[in-house]
Design a protein around this ligand. Structure first.
Ligand SMILES: NC(=O)c1ccc[n+]([C@@H]2O[C@H](COP(=O)([O-])OP(=O)(O)OC[C@H]3O[C@@H](n4cnc5c(N)ncnc54)[C@H](OP(=O)(O)O)[C@@H]3O)[C@@H](O)[C@H]2O)c1
Length: 239
């Protein structure tokens, strides 16, 4: 019999999160918990139910709000039952407010705080809150959606300063998660430069290209992947 898997993905109203859900629903063996902050407005996500082969549950979750994260976990217990686990947790929700013109000496403190809240604190609280679900999962995989701009070693220059520092902190969170739970597989993935609202129309990759690589990487992940900073195609990136 084919094994079935439960996936939880955050930030699924649009962009890469939506495409991850779309591709996962092409398999009848996947149950997808698609978290987004406003399910009633997420019409593209809701419409995926129409020709899904897998099971889709849309779950309200604002990852920058701790109460919302906790309330979503309580609702998930009702959906999955007490024994239900999450095999794959993909922390995908992300925020980029500071663009090309933002440097270490020219930034908005409120944008920096919001990016840290969404790109670091939110992911940390989601993983902590959903720990009991991941412990019950067969795969025990946590993926944090990072960015190539997080890499100090690759040197992306002075720009995108606040977003980059939030993603570098997310990378550190990932290594701490991997060290704390050697029985889990925790790693971070740079999706590449992708044509979404965040990536813009000049980006190099279509969402389906980036996501099909990411899903191969994630489903084939072994304990060797844990604690790594990987590009969507599996290349190991410098910290
Ligand atoms: N596109 C790229 O080129 C690129 C490159 C490197 C890394 N990334 C990373 O990949 C991930 C996905 O990016 P994307 O390109 O798909 O971005 P996007 O098109 O801007 O979509 C962002 C998604 O995150 C959700 N989100 C933001 N804040 C949230 C919150 N507080 N609670 C719940 N959901 C929230 C948004 O929901 P709403 O609709 O409710 O706002 C939306 O679904 C992000 O982590 C991003 O940093 C993207």
């Amino acid at each position: 019999m084919t094994e079935s898997y439960t996936w939880l993905i955050t930030g699924t109203s649009r962009g890469l999160g939506l495409e991850i859900v779309r591709q996962l629903l092409q398999s009848p063996t996947n149950t997808v918990i698609a978290a987004c902050r406003a399910p009633e407005k997420a019409s593209s996500l809701q419409s995926l139910k129409n020709d899904a082969k897998g099971f889709l549950h849309v779950l309200e979750m604002d990852t920058s709000n701790e109460e919302s994260i906790e309330a979503s976990a309580t609702r998930l217990k009702d959906i999955l039952g007490v024994k239900g686990g999450v095999d794959y947790l993909i922390n995908n929700a992300g925020l980029l407010e500071g663009g090309h013109s933002v440097t270490a000496f020219n930034f908005s403190a409120s944008s920096l705080r919001r990016e840290l809240e969404t790109n670091v604190v939110g992911h940390a609280i989601v993983a902590k809150t959903y720990l009991p679900f991941v412990e019950k999962g067969k795969r025990k995989i946590i993926v944090n959606m990072t960015s190539g701009l997080a890499s100090i070693g690759s040197d992306s220059g002075a720009t995108y300063a606040t977003y980059s520092l939030s993603k570098t902190a997310l990378n550190m969170l990932t290594t701490k998660q991997a060290k704390a739970r050697p029985d889990f597989i925790c790693f971070c993935v740079d999706p590449g430069w992708v044509k979404t609202d965040m990536g813009g129309k000049d980006a190099l990759l279509e969402p389906h290209e980036s996501v099909s690589h990411i899903l191969k990487l994630v489903t084939n992940a072994t304990s060797e992947s844990s604690g790594q900073f990987l590009r969507y195609d599996g290349k190991v990136l410098p910290w």
